[in-house]
Design a protein around this ligand. Structure first.
Ligand code: ZN
Length: 221
C-alpha cells in the first residue's frame, strides 16, 4: 500500500506555503529568479534523490532535467546552486513547515495514517539527530560547535528529525524537524531537550503514553 498523496497534491501543498515568501532583495537587484523558484529547485534536489547539489545541477542542466523541472515542479528557469543559496538563506526553514502539517492532515483524512498504527495500536515515532552543515572556518550565531583535543573547533548545524515508521512499510512520514541551537546546552541534555520539543510539536493523534526517558512529555513508545 502506497501513500495516498500523489505528486500533484504534494506540489500544491508546497506551492500554498510558498505564497508571499519574504524576498529580501533590494529593488533593482537582479530578480531574474523568484524565491519560489529557488524553493522549488531546492525541494527538487531531495525529491530526485540526487547524491549532491552539484550532481543535481548537472542533471537539471540536461535536456531531460529541464523538462522535469518544468513538468514536475513547474519551474520556468532553473537557478544555480549559488543563486538558490542567496535567495533562501534569509528565509527561515519554518516558513515551509506547514507542508509537514498539510501532508500529515491529508494522510489522516484518507485513512493512510491509521495504517501506521503498528505497536499495540499506537504509532512508532523515531527521532534521529542529524548534522547538516559543518565547517572549521564558517559559522554563524545559530551554529553549535565542538572543540577538539588539538584545540581546533568545528561549527555545525544540527536538528532532531521525527519520522513515523511502520514495519513492512517502505514509506516513512516525516514530521517537523526541531533545530538544535547553542542555547539548548550541550550533548545529551541538549539532545533530550530537543527531542522533547520535537515531540511537543508533533500533531495529534500521536501517542501520549508517558515515556521512560521523557517523563511528562508525549512519548514515542
Ligand atoms: Zn551557523
Amino acid at each position: 500500500m502506497g501513500l495516498a498523496i500523489g505528486m500533484p497534491e504534494l506540489l500544491s501543498m508546497l506551492s500554498a506555503e510558498l505564497d508571499n515568501l519574504p524576498d529580501e532583495r533590494k529593488q533593482g537587484n537582479n530578480t531574474k529568479y523568484t524565491v519560489e523558484e529557488a524553493m522549488k529547485s531546492a525541494f527538487s534536489v531531495f525529491f530526485m534523490q540526487s547524491p549532491s547539489f552539484l550532481d543535481h545541477q548537472r542533471l537539471m542542466k540536461s535536456h531531460k532535467g529541464r523538462d522535469n523541472a518544468n513538468s514536475l515542479f513547474g519551474i520556468e528557469s532553473i537557478p544555480c546552486d549559488n543563486q538558490i543559496r542567496t535567495l533562501l538563506d534569509p528565509v527561515p526553514a519554518s516558513t515551509v513547515f506547514g507542508v509537514f502539517r498539510s501532508v500529515y492532515g491529508g494522510l489522516s483524512k484518507t485513512g493512510t495514517l491509521s495504517s501506521y498504527r503498528c505497536f499495540q495500536g499506537e504509532f512508532l515515532l523515531t527521532l534521529d539527530g542529524t548534522e547538516y552543515f559543518s565547517s572549521k572556518k564558517i559559522h554563524c550565531s545559530h551554529c553549535c560547535h565542538r572543540t577538539h583535543k588539538n584545540g581546533s573547533t568545528t561549527y555545525f548545524h544540527a536538528a532532531v528529525t521525527p519520522v513515523l515508521v511502520a514495519p513492512g512499510r517502505p514509506q516513512v512520514i516525516g514530521l517537523e524537524p526541531e533545530f538544535i541551537t547553542p542555547q539548548d546546552g550541550h550533548d545529551l541534555p541538549r539532545l533530550r531537550k530537543c527531542c522533547c520539543q520535537a515531540l511537543d510539536c508533533c500533531p495529534s493523534p500521536l501517542p501520549t503514553r508517558p515515556a521512560r526517558n521523557f517523563t511528562g512529555r508525549r512519548s514515542l513508545l
